[in-house]
Design a protein around this ligand. Sequence first.
Ligand code: TXA
Ligand code: MG
Length: 320
Amino acid sequence: MNILKPTDANITAAAEIIKNGGIAAFPTETVYGLGADALNPIAVAKIFEAKKRPFFDPLIVHIAELSDMDKITKRPDSKSLKLMERFWPGPLTIILEKNDNLPHIVTSSLPNVAVRMPSNNIALEFIKKSGTTIAAPSANRFGCLSPTSAEHVYSQLGSSVDIIIDGGQCTFGIESTIIKILEDKIYLLRHGAITKEEIEEFIKEPVVLDITSDKTEAPGQLPYHYSPEKQIILIDKITTIEERCGYLFYKKPDFYAPENSSKILSEKGNLREAAANLFSHLHYLDRLDIDIIYAEKIEEKGLGIAIMDRLNKASRKNNK
Ligand code: TXA
Ligand code: MG
């Protein structure tokens, strides 16, 4: 397994691995993805194997150009097209009707496929050079913390991945927002890097929350997910520091907190910055020789909703 700089030659090498039915981890603006040729069911099966992901959990297919959609979907409805025009490339995933080319393993036999066009240039080059569309979940072990650096991918998946393209730290640091259009209404299935308000502001109609009613039994709907190994407890405000505990502050605390066991999401309380730091700070705290991680709750507004969604799910693992 190789961690490679994102040079032209290395992206070409990663694309060759995809063409030959292998799997490659690559950076996106949200989190690192673990990719395979979406049209090659055996290659896609390797993703499930490497992640230890159950086959009932469908994958997002990544495209580099609008014309790539013909390879995997039927013609999208006009509202989906409008949203693509505004938010692609970028962290919005849209559920569309799949066509017959796309193997069932990608969608867990659902008639719909989740599609997105990432904005990260390395990801776009990689998809283009692969000459296909790339099925890719986040490049972590199933249920564990999402990876926002190549090193996170390596530490969780190690030699089960053929290649990791190192694109540095992900800029958004939190997964894409997932929506689907049904009878002209927009439903939000997963909070993510694009807020519900941003979509509503653009489309000038309310977006309906559909976080729990979907029948796919996807991890987005499982009560716990995105979890560190350590127990994580959410509290309103951290006021004291104890031995053998790690601390995730939202803003800079007004008292002394030792740097080795404390991380601050954003000194001044910028939600964009907080989201970008969320998983990498949790990875850091999870590796400390401590028993518990205390994390401060964040106001559930704008991106704060997606951040709290990840923290809530992470905290439920050990408190089921
Ligand atoms: O930002 C992201 O979306 C990242 C990067 C790599 O693109 N990918 C990502 O993939 O977060 P994953 O597999 O970790 O999460 C995808 C979510 C899962 O909860 C899955 O159940 C849901 O999308 N999903 C995929 N296909 C679906 C479908 N056809 N219908 C409903 N949900 C679907
Ligand atoms: Mg994931």
